[in-house]
Write a protein that binds this ligand. Structure first.
Ligand code: ADP
Length: 164
């Protein structure tokens, strides 16, 4: 049985500053996915910690701090995206973490090229434009963290009669 899911996408400060918001949102809409919430936000330390709650544990303080600086460098656009197995489908469209390894056709492969080694040599977060929830549990946590009930919407798209 297939399942309709909601997942969190954040267009990071590098995507907003590069003027890629429209083109990146277009990728998700083109795939027939539905935006059910959207907003601009400036992250502070508290929200960064809640969003990347296990990043320091996974990668250490230096990488956490480098990413926190990158995420707070400017505003982000956060979205809730709904669709059939949306969590995995959105990750597929976004591509792997390191842009130099992400295949062409993915957002990170088409719009970025930075490597892990380069970012680490400069003590920077990997500039990979987009955050997308990693799995269904993470998506539930992240959607609830970023969006209140009143900030998510129900509506019909013209395409969904054929997709959902
Ligand atoms: P993803 O965003 O693909 O789910 P992770 O959750 O593993 O990847 O990492 C979160 C973010 O941390 C990545 O998107 C990337 O921007 C950054 N990052 C990951 N590894 C490194 C690293 N070695 N050095 C600097 N930044 C990193």
């Amino acid at each position: 049985m297939t399942t309709l899911e909601r997942t969190l996408v954040v267009l990071k400060p590098d995507a907003v500053a590069r003027g890629l918001v429209g083109r990146l949102i277009q990728r998700f809409e083109d795939a027939g996915l539905k935006i059910t919430g959207v907003k601009m936000a400036q992250l502070d330390d508290d929200m960064t910690r809640k969003h990347y709650f296990d990043l320091e544990e996974r990668f250490g303080k230096e990488i956490y701090d480098a990413n926190a600086r990158a995420m707070q460098r400017g505003p982000v656009i956060a979205m809730v995206i709904e669709g059939v197995e949306a969590v995995a489908n959105v990750r597929r469209l976004v591509g792997g973490t390191y842009p130099n390894e992400a295949p062409p056709g993915t957002i990170r492969g088409d719009f970025a090229h930075q490597s892990k080694a380069y970012a680490m040599s400069l003590d920077k977060g990997v500039a990979n434009l987009v955050h997308a929830s990693g799995n269904v549990d993470e998506a539930k946590y992240e959607v609830a963290l970023w969006f209140g009930e009143g900030e998510q919407f129900e509506y019909k798209t013209l395409a969904e009669a054929y997709t959902f």
